[in-house]
Design a protein around this ligand. Structure first.
Ligand code: ADP
Length: 602
């Protein structure tokens, strides 16, 4: 056995023969060096481990003497190595891709010691493996094996065998070591490249899954789509998503895609005290098991084809809510890159579940509110309808009594009747407004548009106020504004609101005037105005009067009772008619409320 890692002294290593022989040997060595550097360049350019092996198979015999050659590559977990024959002739070694424990054979010796081995095949330092036995059968006498070292570790070995005894000299050892290092670096680079490519692919795939997740708003659909997309994009053997039932401390299968889809029913339950997923949920940590047969947590009876399993917790705000579980039929199928992927996926699934749950909660609350709103509207409709019918009867009766010119009826009697009519009118208006509000808010206010006679609507609206009020009422309708398109009852309601406000906010009495003319500059619109000589409205409060519950909180107006809803109802009704409503006012002098409605043909 002869181990040497130093470059040879060229002159000393050559036989002491004639000058010409020395020159020949030097020339020969020079040629091998050239071939070696060409081979190095080619090795440096390959992208996969297979390509490296192919290249050595076709080129290594040009730089190294011998009939047999092989590359041994350590596996990721460093407990085994694979042997690849790199002989140029196919029959030279039949042991291609055979696996050995990392300490076995000549390659095992080199891997364990990190040193080169130049040895006679009959005096090996280790028990021969099938590789050595096969070489012996081929008549191999001498063997040279060198480590493939990167800057960080030994990743394999390159070996050569020759039928010539003591075939390998220092120059061969040195060239083999050079080849070993070049190959190791190339393989390490291809590994990096491969990992980088895998990572880039995974990032793209994770993004695709994330895009899919953002579309789903219901948890069940969301998890289903997550499992399907992860399985499709990453091509995992099986994907399962479990949700944690905190009460029973069980993991419930919520979605799955892949080979076990028919095997476990959705809703399958597993206690958190059991299995790999149970461990992950209890410990809130991911678990990578590259050979499930060797892990006691694995529930073998359930998933018979599984060799490797990777599971990670799905968390919301630091609390485990489920587990994402990936399975592969191949042992060692998952690596650290997969761990990163699963963690990122779990983060995204957690976020998506949180959003979906919030959405579901909001939807439930909204449904409840809608239901309540519906009930409220129905209730209000019934109540206001039931109010208005007897009120109309009361008013009708009182009105006919007051009209009867009975000489026996005292002034007091007439006054009381006026009060009854006035108060019943107010109640009736309140019931109508309340009903309108409930309907506007629930979007149930319906309109019946037709051609409406303007004078008829004004008379209707005035009739209520006129009877009891001491104000002076006047109205005028331009001949070109006699008809509008609208809902007669709603337009009457608007006018009635504006007229009763005009009366209410003119405590000193005065004139209330309703005017209807074509809108200047737009013959298709009709302009209604209701003018009073009352309190007026402060300029800074005018802007918000048509908002819900808005009231003037200034001077005498403050003491007059009201709800702040009448003008809001008016503006909603006028909006629905496609018109505008506004007010012009001067403090102490009075106000004019105006609105527009589309003109109609009489
Ligand atoms: P309410 O009269 O029930 O308070 P409205 O929505 O009808 O509610 O009116 C909103 C506010 O606008 C009133 O509180 C009042 O301050 C003011 N307002 C309405 N009409 C007049 C008016 N003709 N003159 C002066 N102020 C008015």
């Amino acid at each position: 056995m002869n181990v040497n890692t130093e470059p040879p002294n060229q002159l000393n290593s050559l036989p002491p023969e004639g000058i010409s022989q020395r020159l020949e040997a030097a020339e020969e060595f020079g040629k091998r060096i050239n071939m070696m550097s060409e081979l190095s360049l080619k090795i440096g350019a390959v992208r996969t481990a297979d390509e490296v092996v192919q290249l050595l198979r076709s080129e290594a015999h040009r730089v190294m003497p011998g009939e047999c050659a092989f590359v041994s590559l350590l596996k990721n977990d460093r407990t085994q190595y694979d042997v690849y024959s790199i002989c140029s002739s196919d029959e030279a070694m039949i042991l291609d891709q055979t696996q050995f424990a990392s300490h076995e054979g000549v390659a095992g010796w080199v891997l364990s010691n990190g040193s080169s081995l130049r040895v006679d095949l009959n005096s090996l330092p280790v028990a021969p493996t099938a590789v050595e036995r096969s070489m012996k059968e081929k008549g191999v006498k001498s063997v040279l094996v060198v480590p493939m070292k990167t800057t960080e570790s030994t990743i394999g070995a390159v070996g050569f065998g020759s039928v010539v005894p003591n075939c390998y000299e220092d120059t061969d050892l040195w060239l083999a070591q050079l080849l070993g290092t070049q190959t190791a670096l190339a393989l390490a680079n291809t590994g990096v490249l491969h990992k980088m490519q895998k990572r880039a692919n995974q990032i793209e795939l994770v993004n695709r899954v994330a895009r899919n997740l953002t579309f789903a708003v219901e948890t069940e659909a969301l998890l289903d789509s997550a499992a399907q997309t992860i399985r499709k994009q990453f091509n995992y053997f099986d994907v399962m998503i479990f949700l944690l039932d905190h009460e029973s401390q069980e993991l419930v299968l919520a979605a799955q895609a892949g080979r076990y889809s028919d095997f476990l029913p959705t809703g399958y339950r597993q206690p958190v005290s059991q299995g790999i997923i149970g461990w992950v949920a209890s410990n809130a940590r991911h678990l990578l098991v590259n050979d499930v047969r060797k892990d006691s947590r694995y529930l073998a009876y359930q998933y018979q084809d599984t060799s490797a399993e990777l599971a990670a917790p799905i968390m919301i705000d630091g609390v485990v809510v489920g587990v994402l579980n990936l399975e592969e039929a191949r042992a060692n199928a998952f690596d650290e890159a997969d761990v990163l992927v699963i963690q990122t996926l779990c983060d995204q699934i957690g976020g998506a579940i949180k959003n979906a749950r919030l959405f579901e909660e909001i939807k439930r609350a909204n449904d409840r509110l809608l239901e309540h709103d519906q009930l409220k509207t129905e209730f209000v409709s019934i109540v206001s309808h039931d109010f208005r019918t007897p009120l109309s009867t009361i008013m009708l009766a009182a009105k006919s009594l007051i009209r009867e010119d009975d000489p026996t009826s005292s002034k007091r009697y007439r006054e009381y009747l006026s009060i009854i009519i006035d108060q019943a009118g107010k109640l009736s208006k309140l019931a109508e407004d309340t009903l309108s509000i409930a309907k506007i808010e629930s979007g149930q206010l319906t309109y019946q548009f037709k051609i409406v006679n303007v004078e008829g609507v004004i008379k209707d609206a005035l009739s209520m106020a006129k009877i009891t009020s001491r104000h002076k009422f006047e109205y005028s309708v331009d001949i070109n504004a006699s008809y509008v398109r609208g809902d007669q009852t709603k337009l009457r309601q608007v006018l009635q609101n504006l007229i009763s406000n005009a009366v209410k906010y003119s405590p000193g009495g005065g004139q209330v005037r309703v005017n209807v003319v074509p809108l200047e500059g737009d013959a298709e619109q009709v302009l209604f105005s209701v003018t009073d000589q009352g309190l007026g409205i402060p300029a800074d409060q005018i802007g918000r009067l048509f908002q819900k519950f808005s009231r003037v909180d200034y001077g005498k107006a403050k003491d007059i009772k009201g709800s702040g809803l009448g003008l809001w109802i008016c503006s909603e009704i006028i909006k629905a008619h496609g018109g505008r409503i506004w007010v012009e006012s001067e403090m102490g002098k009075g106000s004019t409320f105006r609105f527009t409605v589309r003109r109609g043909e009489g």
